[in-house]
Design a protein. Sequence first.
Length: 261
Amino acid sequence: MRERPSPPERALPFSAPGGPAGALVLHGLTGTPASVRGVAEALAGAGFSVEAPLLPGHGASAEDLLASRWDHWAAAAEHAFAGLAARCSRVVVVGLSLGGTLACWLAAHRRAEVAGVVCVNPMIEPPAPSFFDILEGLLAEGVEVMPAIGGDVARPAERDAGFGGTPVAATLSLLRAVADLEPRLGDIRAPLLLFTSREDHVVPPSSSDVLAARVAGPVERVALERSFHVATLDWDAELIEARTVAFAREVTAAGGERVPA
């Protein structure tokens, strides 16, 4: 098993020009492109044009993330996707956690343009109404930050280069977007490669079950036996990278049919 260091510079956006097929790779809440850089580099090495943007509010200061919301992240993801789609014949969208939610949102929103979707422990299943009440209660009490979620990794000494806490208002905006997305999951017709950790302390595996059951396109599921939530940095990282590259090659192969509108 090779070493997978994550020095600070790896938190920066990743971009590789590559060939005629493209891949958009999206990180999770409180994280940075460092958490998905292995996947991005594997796709770039396979000849894809790759963009792994730093989502708004991430990678700078905790204060920036406190002011960030779903609309900011969705706009950034759509902008990056549009740039890839303008120069690539077919584009795959890959996402971890929040990035997986964004990937599904793009696939539902741009269903004729997304060639395939890869999700790693995506946040898809809306929580119980009582959880919304809890978060709103925290905000009313002046609590802006909850304990961090980015460190959920089984592999010793491996951590996402994110912030030390999770912003309450940003999390609430994500969960509201998840609730809005749920009725539109049937609009996702592109093939889906879905990675789910058996043990995840951030997003319950049932979230993946909801996604797999609701989409209209074909689904390929991969269970991750050795990794926690940030699986792209964990023991199964190389499996995720290899399966993602194989899937992306298949759905973007020359002559492949466009996803129906």
